[in-house]
Design a protein around this ligand. Sequence first.
Ligand code: HEM
Length: 445
Amino acid sequence: MLIETPKIPHLLQRIQWIMNPVEYMEGNTKQYPDIFEGKVVGYGGSLVFVNHPQAIQEILTNSRNKLSAPGEFNDFLKPFIGSHSMVTLGGNPHKKRRKLLMPSFHGDRMSNYGESIVKLTERVINKLPINKPFSARKAMQEISLQVILEVIFGLQSGELYQEIINFVYLIGDLFESPLNSSVVFLSFLQKDLGAWSPWGNFLRQKQKLDKLLYAEIAQRRLQKDCDCTDILSLFLSVRDEEGNPMSDEEIKDELIALVLAGHENTATALAWGLYWTHKIPEVKTKILAELKGLDNTPDPMTIFRLPYLTAACNETLRIYPMIVLTFPRLVEQPMDLLGYQIEQGKVIVGGIYALHHREDLYPNSKQFRPERFLERQFSYNEFIPFGMGKRRCIGDAFAMFKIKLVLSTILSNYQLALVDNEPEKPQRRGLTIAPANGVQMMLLG
Ligand code: HEM
């Protein structure tokens, strides 16, 4: 069997994919629930969307060695994160970098960040005006960014701290609308028309940030017996199998990639978490009841393991996953997938959003219902907000830890309300999807 392609002109598919990826996937999965070939931007203009759990597992875990996950597929991210981060690496160098970084976001190292997360959450929420609307997405971004800067650099203030924040907000402005987001995919829009043009300004800010990062790396290299636990210090101390240290350029690019990958999705998940817990008050009541059963100062890992809180966070990541597709895989040898012939050279992705809305797995999939995660154990190919296989998110456990701690701190210590009853819809924001109106809320007096 040959894979089917939506019968919509290619140009229209491209426009719809950029402007409204959720509608694009919903429309096409109605007709082709398991697999279809979309004519979208990037990857030679064609992408095979796979939305069936077993088929997703097969392509991502690559059990038959017929697919690879080349770093070049992510070259379009180089203007933002440089050429030396794990995201743009492939093969063995990619594998080695992952091995190096993984422990920083898991186990004891992760649980040590608990106290900072709670403190930084309170710092941001305490500054909010009383009874005045604020964007929950922006407030959550502030928390998320402050946490990641502390974890990665050990920074809480200073010129570098401020410059990273400026850079992140600049990218945020660049991605604010779906139309602006096309700058990521369409390289001809990336023109330096001087310091006043959006792209020209971006390039200058990036150069400024690079300079500051090189200066910080040089200064930290001079500090010998530092007892620092941040990730920059870890990068400075590691050696590969041949005993070589990471170069300044590798460290700089990895740091920027981690800041960008590590704060944005978590901020969006938190904004959705606040939205759902206030839109459906019984969800908030059940979370609070669970938290009430704990000591006055519960251990962050105890909060992390709470069953209903976990179910509510999983449901938040299921219903509108921040990243709707996995990173792409390249078909190295012709293969058969669900009875379809896939030619060598095709580019193939796991459809995270479409999988999370399969009615055979998630009945009434548009309904927010944390209980579904308590009633049934989903297997690892049925719920994949963090992807799967060679490029699975390295910050998965850390992100869940942060989401649960921030959400439980806010729900148990502050009274928030949604500004109105209008439903929030997901909308493209760069490579991700996020609430279109940013979740407008008020902190009640
Ligand atoms: C709710 C929060 C987050 C979500 C939903 C998320 C989701 C994802 C997804 C779907 C991928 C691609 C996986 C694949 O293709 O199989 C990914 C990759 C990645 N994520 Fe996350 N992520 C989150 C938070 C984080 C955090 C906190 C960090 C780091 C501190 C991080 C760092 C990365 C990196 C470095 C990659 C690239 C991995 C590689 O190329 O091997 N992410 N993430």
